[in-house]
Design a protein around this ligand. Sequence first.
Ligand code: SF4
Length: 442
Amino acid sequence: MVKQNNMAPKVGMVSLGCPKALVDSERIITQLRSEGYQIAPDYEGADAVIVNTCGFIDSAKQESLDAITEALDENGKVIVTGCMGVNPEDIEAMPSAVLSISGPQDVDTVMAAVRRALPLQYDPFTELLPPQGIKLTPRHYAYLKISEGCNHKCSFCIIPSMRGKLRSRYLADILQEAEALAAAGVKELLIISQDTSAYGIDIKHESQLWRGAVYNNSLLDLCRALAELGIWVRLHYVYPYPHVEHIIPLMSEGKLLPYIDVPFQHASYQVLKAMRRPASSDNTLAQIERWRSLCPELVIRSTFIVGFPGESEQDFELLLSFLRDAQLDRVGCFQYSAVEGATANQLANPVPEQLKQERWDRFMQLQQEISEDKLEQKVGQTLTILIDEIDHERALGRSYADAPEIDGCVQVLGEHNLHVGDMVDVCIEDATEYDLIATLAD
Ligand code: SF4
């Protein structure tokens, strides 16, 4: 249970409508209390008011509009949720603006609006949970989720049917979490979502104030704002939409790590079409070349699927040729396997298991050679690394080129006094297929 903090902001709740709406109000109040907010019994004592509306019939709509007007007059800071949020035109046409409008069962959007309007001050003597929440990652890095759901319909994937359409978090909400993580000692943020490039499309890239500056809820502005934290920021699941090109200069300026994780999945137009992949243009190589001309040290990571239904030998050769030309730095490859409920299950011409394995072996052999060459080129360089693990003989760290869990690492040999979470410079002495061997720089 969260202890009462008399300094915590107070939120009022006006709940209208049916029992389903009442349950939504209860969920919101539960969440408010669990985060440490107090509940105000009247307008006067409230720092903001939530109005949970009903839009069932005209008289219910009018009652909701009257309640919003009253809350605006009496308090001024009003967050609207519930059935009237589905068609928000009447609320948007009101003479005074409300802070946020959301539909029924959308506790996340309501809470994001509350946190923006009334940020909590963390008191370690009275609060049980740290402001950055409880993390399962080591203290020095953390995943930061910027949106949920996806607007695409890739035929091998069931995420959109499980998690729904894209719902972006507001920039200020993300930055509040990012700041709390940085203050708690996190040195590297890994930005994740189902489709990072699509961030903010659903909230129409609205502009928003954060620490006195105006930002749009767009990936570019989010990256600019995250760069202000002065810690490593690494982007995952970036689809190669044209606007990504505007993010790359932030990497060459040292504001973001020059690392981009782009799930290409295949290179054959026929296979990408059957996969119904977003942004599957045939000029991917030209795009990669442009990114590299903007940021020569850029490391590109990707994942691929081999043995997708209908993949011919020619399609597979195209994929290998793409790999040779693209010279990607980090690559993962999966053999296609059916997922219950995915539309790809109905596709004709499944690839036999043995052939999938053969293709996977050929793919991995080629990528291993590319990876070896690329890592060999790093020998002699000095790199900054973040230490993840220490054992008796060596310390294991990662440079900007290595994401945790999925990429290789830098093994630091020799005497050292390093600790997990240290950031140090090392000289690269040698390379294996996927890892680098280093000693501490002087
Ligand atoms: S694989 Fe496709 S549908 Fe699935 S989450 Fe990614 S972009 Fe969305």
